[in-house]
Design a protein. Structure first.
Length: 467
């Protein structure tokens, strides 16, 4: 208001003494003076405080007195009982925002927002121990992703130690170990997505009852044809701007499918010592002299993070595709070198001895138009066994070179001439500088070099299922 009044007064005075130019100058000076007055009368600052919802009761749910401790056989989903808990932990966050105040007339408004977050720490008794494994967890009936949470499982052995978090709260020597009881400890479980309350927890528990599992000392890890399935780290497929899909993680109990599988395997087979890791390249012909053996991919275009698919510096865009079967890839792709290295290192870290098994799968689609060395037909049978690779014509057929120099030449073509000196470590990848061939020797030497990069394996298996 003062701006308007003093601006008009300044215009009148200036016009009376100095004419039209004086009127303009007088209005400007009057308005400036008026803004100072307005700022003094209406300016300054104002503070607002916005406080979020806060719990009045920080106690955790309690257990039922006299509830029985169940004993399970096989696999069961149990609700359990809270056997220990602290009060909910309240974390207060304060955020200050200011607006306005950029001119002498504007009022500066400061808004202080106070929010509250709650965390629960508790132990959930499940059943009589000792159990084989504690698996998936559900919260309010929905799968709970525990990979980013601090959750510790105790299987209920007769000598299990006290939980360190419980002992830290109760004091050294004052924490029960709950020996003979299988239980979970949740440390600082965020409660925001559960409405700031402790959710209803149910847990998958397994107890092996047979005598077979303790006898298992070695297993074979397949499928062999999986681009990222062997990586213990999570790999995601880029679906679009800000959109990602699971590539090798379809569980909630571990970082990847491999991690979850190996955890379950070692829990079920406590005496496991060795794992044979199968990695696949693809053959394309039953005629030894015409067969190439090379890595392949499921799709030419597929963006993944945190890294893309490569095998020996061969990128996805240059790799051949596996054949289609009913509109879908007939096989998974060759494992990325990075995933195989990570798998070997993970198995070694678990105390397991690794056998690396470079494996040939025959990617020969129906109607392939390749002559069959066994029957003489115009096309070879679809997706045959690798043990059917032979000389052309096959042994026993008319004109077969079996047992002669012709057969030797065909087999030599299948094996190739790649040498160890053709391979080197180039910026963390395997660089091949040898004959332009896709052969058995190139595959085997590639993985021998890769095993060395991974820190070594106990055994290297060559030629599996060729006879």
């Amino acid at each position: 208001m003062a701006t308007l009044l003093l601006g008009a007064a300044g215009s009148l005075v200036g016009g009376a003494f100095f004419g039209p130019l004086g009127a303009v100058a007088g209005r400007a000076l009057g308005a400036l003076s008026g803004s100072v007055v307005d700022g003094a009368l209406l300016g300054g600052s104002r503070s607002n405080v916005v406080q979020g919802s806060r719990l009045s009761d920080l106690d955790v749910m309690t257990s039922s007195a006299g509830a029985p401790v169940p004993r399970i056989y096989g696999r069961a989903r149990l609700a359990g009982q809270v056997i220990w808990a602290t009060r909910l932990e309240e974390v207060v966050s304060t955020k200050v925002q200011s607006s306005g105040g950029k001119s002498s007339r504007a009022q500066k408004v400061t808004t202080t927002t106070i929010s509250y977050a709650y965390f629960a720490s508790f132990a959930l008794g499940l059943c009589e121990g000792e159990v084989t494994r504690i698996g998936r967890v559900w919260a309010d009936g929905k799968p709970l992703d525990t990979s980013g949470l601090t959750v510790r499982a105790y299987l209920g052995s007769a000598d299990q130690p006290p939980d360190p978090w419980i002992e830290a709260k109760q004091g050294a020597g004052n924490a029960p170990a709950y020996r003979g009881l299988a239980y979970l400890v949740f440390e600082h479980l965020p409660l925001a997505k559960f409405g700031n309350r402790v959710p209803q927890i149910t847990v998958e528990v397994e107890r092996a009852v047979g005598r077979l599992e303790p006898l298992v000392k070695a297993v074979t890890l397949i499928p062999g044809s999986t681009e990222f399935g062997y990586d213990p780290r999570q790999v995601q497929r880029v679906l679009g701007r800000g959109a990602y899909g699971a590539e090798n993680r379809h569980v909630t109990s571990a970082e990847s499918d491999l991690e979850a599988s190996l955890d379950q395997l070692q829990a079920a087979c406590p005496n496991l010592q060795r794992v044979s890791l199968v990695v696949t390249w693809f053959g394309d012909d039953l005629r030894a002299g015409a067969c190439t053996v090379r890595p392949k991919v499921e799709r030419t275009v597929k963006d993944t993070i945190p890294y893309g698919w490569t095998v020996g510096w061969l990128p996805r865009l240059l790799a051949p595709l596996v054949s289609d079967h009913e509109g879908r890839p007939a096989y998974g792709g060759t494992p990325s070198d990075a995933s195989v290295i990570a798998a070997i290192q993970n198995l070694n870290a678990r105390g397991l001895k690794v056998t690396l098994n470079p494996f040939v799968m025959m990617d020969i689609a129906p109607g392939n138009g390749r002559g069959d060395p066994w029957s003489g037909a115009a096309s070879q049978p679809a997706y045959p066994w690798r043990g059917r690779i032979t000389c052309d014509p096959a042994p026993g057929s008319s004109g077969s070179p079996d047992g002669g120099a012709g057969a030797d030449a065909q087999v030599a073509a299948l094996f190739g001439t790649a040498q160890p000196g053709h391979f080197s470590n180039y910026f963390g990848g395997i660089l091949y500088l040898g004959p332009a061939e896709w052969s058995l020797r190139r595959m085997v030497l590639h993985y021998a070099f890769l095993a060395q990069m991974a820190g070594g394996v106990e055994t290297f298996l060559i030629g599996s299922e060729f006879a």
